[in-house]
Design a protein around this ligand. Structure first.
Ligand SMILES: [Zn+2]
Ligand SMILES: [Zn+2]
Length: 235
């Protein structure tokens, strides 16, 4: 079933988030690989936004096909940070569809501009709304710059997508001025050890590089969700 078709039945939802790359378990037909990628469909704008691209374009394109989405359907790609397992799949997508908007941390803008000359590359410094109710934090972190993505539903729910969380969970929550109102988080939490930010989060989809998955699962058994490639969440 096409991702967009699901909304015919669940009109109260605003976004779908599909996991297209992660290491570990998969749903039938999908392939796993080290790294992270998630595809967002925005019901309001009817646009597909890809957050990170995993490590390998062939795997990403295979998983996109499984999700019923064509490479040409993607108009915007957000790269959380310039680590291979987050940006490695981008060239394969670009070769099939160079007509893209690519959003990178501002310090990576020149490099991405050179590498993807036919795309529109935006270097993001601070909060930027890239699509209706979808915001990028802009680059955070001291030496390794990384940005995150926030989805705001019309009924007050906020969903946070993170790449590796190198700048730290606290700084990411703070960048969006959300100390208590993020309801779901999906992505890599790297070696985060302090989870106080997560107390009010209802859905913890910690995956990819998260080192303390076991601790999170024990601490938040009702909220922790083991992410599988091919899973699709509606918010
Ligand atoms: Zn990573
Ligand atoms: Zn990383």
């Amino acid at each position: 079933m096409q991702i967009a078709d699901q909304f015919a039945e669940t009109m109260e939802e605003n976004f779908s988030v599909s996991i297209l790359n992660n290491e570990g378990e998969t749903q039938d037909g999908y392939v796993s690989s080290y790294g992270f990628a998630a595809l967002i469909y925005n019901i309001k704008s009817k646009k597909y936004i890809l957050f990170d691209t995993g490590n390998d374009a062939n795997i990403l394109i295979h998983n996109l096909k499984e999700a019923g989405v064509a490479v040409s359907d993607i108009q915007k790609i957000v790269i959380s940070h310039d680590h291979q397992e987050h940006s490695g799949g981008l060239m394969g997508i670009y070769k099939k569809n160079p007509n893209l908007e690519i959003y990178v941390p501002v310090e990576n803008q020149v490099k991405f501009n050179r590498k993807y000359p036919l795309a529109q590359v935006y270097g993001v410094e601070g909060i930027l709304e890239i699509d209706e109710n979808i915001f990028i934090s802009g680059q955070l972190g001291n030496y390794l710059k990384e940005q995150s993505l926030l989805l705001k539903t019309e009924y007050g729910k906020k969903i946070l997508l993170v790449g590796c969380c190198h700048p730290g969970l606290y700084d990411i929550f703070n960048a969006f001025n959300c100390t208590e109102d993020i309801k779901a988080i999906i992505g890599g939490l790297h070696d985060a050890r302090s989870f106080t930010c997560l107390e009010s989060v209802d859905f913890i989809g910690a995956c990819h590089c998260t080192r303390n998955k076991d601790i999170l699962e024990i601490r938040y058994p009702e909220k922790f969700h083991k992410i599988k490639v091919g899973e699709n969440f509606l918010f």
